[in-house]
Design a protein around this ligand. Sequence first.
Ligand SMILES: *Cc1c(COP(=O)(O)O)cnc(C)c1O
Length: 369
Amino acid sequence: MNSSEIEPRLLLGPGPSPVSDRILEAMARPTVGHLDPQFLALMDSVSEKLRWVFGTGNRMTFPVSGTGSAGMEGALANVVGPGDTVVVGVNGVFGTRLVEMSRRMGADVVAVEAPWGEIVPPERMLDALEAHPEARLAALVHAETSTGVHQPLDEVGDFLRNRETLFLVDAVTSLGGVPVEVDRRGIDVCYSGTQKCLGVPPGLAPVTFSEAALQRIQKRERPCQSWYLDVGLIAAYLGAERRYHHTAPINMVYALHEGLRIVEEEGLEARFARHQEVGARLQSELVARGFRLYAQEGYRLPQLTSAALPGGREEGPLRKRLLEEFHIEVGGGLGPAAGKIWRIGLMGAGATHDTVDRLLHAVDRVLDS
Ligand SMILES: *Cc1c(COP(=O)(O)O)cnc(C)c1O
């Protein structure tokens, strides 16, 4: 097998999402050095555009070298250390991953659990924070890609305003698809990934840290457990000093820059409206076909639809046929939803009526026979 033999797919799973030719062409431009003034100017431009999509004035806003999970690990490792109390909302795979990483960093985790497919009730987060005034961090997943749930953030953000506890949000699947609004919501640490609603290949994880988070980092007694993801060290490369830390993945940065230009050209409001309209249409078309939506009503993400198949049909074989006969990728369920649901992503360039038409056509064929 060679990469030249790879057949294109219509990527309608939980990520990666379809990548436009403009972005692929940007990636094919000449690799330059990571200290080349041209590249440094491009990196500065990426940070500026990321501030705009995140809705923040945070100076420390940049793409971590690695996928969304590297963003998660970097976000946590810089502000969490041994013995810290961390309150984490858990209602799916990614809340569970936050807990696991925090524990590896030596934190005492208070997990606020809710059933998969439901939100973590904000009042339960507030109760846990009242019970643990010593908590150093509260964490929520904004868009739980394993279930399709859109988690409310405002109550926790408002509660934590003017408190010592930092607010961390996983925006891997939300950034570029629904409003994240880091500053308005009082979020201190936020990370994302390129391959969901930004429509860029996997490989970078945009992150942002508030001044309060940077102060926490500065006052650390022990250094960040990760050398690679240490924001203090990375700052020396991003700042005036331009000191070598690690080699930036140059061509991925070209891709992210081009992806962010595409977001700018469309405009954030228009992009959110497009995701909303197309996702709502898919959800009602699936219900009309007898699918049962898995995520709690009123809290469904437009960009990630989770649904059980009509008549208790087994999802695996039909999902395989979508891929093999129609070259369409959708995702299966995870955890308690394994074998029970499809997870359909309409993200970035995939969020169009045309992709919904193509998907429904294929779905009708595989359900028919
Ligand atoms: C995809 C995803 C991640 C992990 O990102 P990777 O790029 O797979 O490492 C983390 N959180 C959420 C909510 C995600 O959807």
